[in-house]
Design a protein around this ligand. Sequence first.
Ligand code: VGL
Ligand code: ZN
Length: 217
Amino acid sequence: MAIAAGKIGVIVADVQGDFTTWKKGALAVNGTDKAFVQKVQKATETLSREGYRIFATQDWHPGDHISFYTNHPGGKAFEVIKIEGRTQVLWPPHCVQGTKNAGILVDNNLFLAVVQKGRDTRYDSYSGFMDDGEQKTEMDQILKRNGIQKIVVYGIATDYCVKATALDAADAGYKVLVIEGLCKGVAPETSAKALKEMKEKGIMILKELDLQKIKTF
Ligand code: VGL
Ligand code: ZN
């Protein structure tokens, strides 16, 4: 059964300068050139015009954030360590609050709300719903207040923010669809694994934007 477009939310995940090759970002993900960002922009405009409610996540870290390798003596970029039993990838400093490349590259006028994440120095946060300390963001409240029942997710990175946000959305009881062609991942293996894991959790994966399929998922 098709539900009203206004009950379907779209979460544009972390399409920020620092994650793109286009803007020579600090944590540039392969394939995130200008053409990719323009494709995401166009798709988001289309979905907005069709009546879908558009939201965004924004990675938004303080300079002393725990995920930056520079804040760990002897730490190296992309090294994986354990912190209090949690797995933590040490990233190059990225999306530092107030910096130019922390800005979202999709037209901000399209968003009903932007949910910032990773603001707590002590915890990383790939998911738009909660951080690694299980502190919730305002995401679920905002979606509920807007009467959202189903969620479409795409953006950067397939294997981190998109995956974590989609899985948490499914856990929170939303029906979830991910548009693979509007996502880019940090690494091919982890991205393939992420897509598999999402499918196994009942998340629908679409190769490309398909309004007919989104209308009825
Ligand atoms: C992300 C790496 C570092 C993400 C955030 O949200 O995908 N990835 N910080
Ligand atoms: Zn981050």
